[in-house]
Design a protein around this ligand. Sequence first.
Ligand code: PMP
Length: 440
Amino acid sequence: MPDTHAPSNVPLVHQWMPFTANRQFLEQPRLITGAEGVYYYNTRGDKIFDGSSGLYCIPLGHGRREIREAVTQQMQELDYAPPFQYGVPAAFRLAAEMAEMLPPGLNRVIFSGSGSESVETALKIAIQYHRVRGEGQRQRIVGRERGYHGVNFGGWSVGGMVNNRKSFGLGLPGALHMRHTKIPENQYEMGEGTHGANLADDLQRFVDLHGADTIAACIVEPIAGSTGILVPPKGYLQRLRDICTKHGILLIFDEVITGFGRTGQNFAAQTFGVTPDIMTMAKALTNGSIPMAATAVREEVQQTILDAAPENNIEFYHGYTYSGHPVACAAALATLKIFREEDTFARVRNLAPAFLEQIGAFKDLPYVTDTRGYGLLSAVELEPKGKPGDRGFNILCKAFEAGLVLRAAGDTIVLAPPFAATADELSQMIDIMRKVIKES
Ligand code: PMP
């Protein structure tokens, strides 16, 4: 008989859990009841290492006092104000601070509540940018196989996850997909792959086939995250940049996972030395404490839209009730302050070489078919056992019992630890993972 109650006697059947095997969960609930620093706790009080930084969103570890205090204070001063036609100082301050961190030129920021929303915002900006310039026929968006850009209709359509198509059908018209960049030539390479920059020429092929004047934007994650950490081949992103520039296509980087230090610099754009026209970010912006996301654009992109005559006193017909929510802004401002004062991303640069070496060493284990990674973002790909995804899911379940939260993208195990972890804690995490993989 499944245990359909949490230990505290909370019934478990009424919440429909997202991205979860709900029936299986009821049989073997993995309940988390507390967290501090880089550990979670369950009701038994077991310590469980957070090997995925929440969902890539808690680089500083859990429960930072400064964020809690900033949120509490903001709630006392101003809990909410409408973000359309009114403004709150915290949102302007945050946008200004983010402009300082972003690559030069990307200095206009529009807020939203989730990564998925930041992507929709980016796609709509790209379309409108061309329309106000009299190029309204630029309606196609080029994404990539194995891309993940959230769950909303625009985002999943330009993304390249097969299950979305199986589940939800056709999606946004005009979405095109380049090939993904996981190629056998780069097997077991940690860091940027040596081979495959030419895969960016898929974009050129779409230009040749459909005409540049039908393409609004090209969207990629600099490192594809949710489909198993695909690090770009050397030169690939620059090649995309060059093709976009040549043909007036806006380049969008989805930095929802890679933003805020994951690759050792503020953004992967800086790590790889390629600046997009539009960038999305979320997750680590508030250290996961309050939902918040943002879309940054080059000043010229915003100016072009502002220069068009506003309709109904509105320039960009888009926004969310919780865009620039003052409490989320307070959490983000406190988070960015810690990043600056503690030079948090330097920790990534220091920890990454040994971490990636240890991940690379998984190559010698049975069933391992690839290892990949950059910064504190890594993947170990395994041979399927049974149905695709079964082995990955089994490892996730066993790791939880053994004291580790991780991500399984099918049969690829993803580790993305908090930057606050010590080198010893990372080694302990790797030990648990090795043991669980061996037993899988
Ligand atoms: N884009 C990327 C690259 C992501 O990794 C994610 C989430 N993992 C999203 C968008 C969607 O973010 P959210 O779940 O906050 O909507």
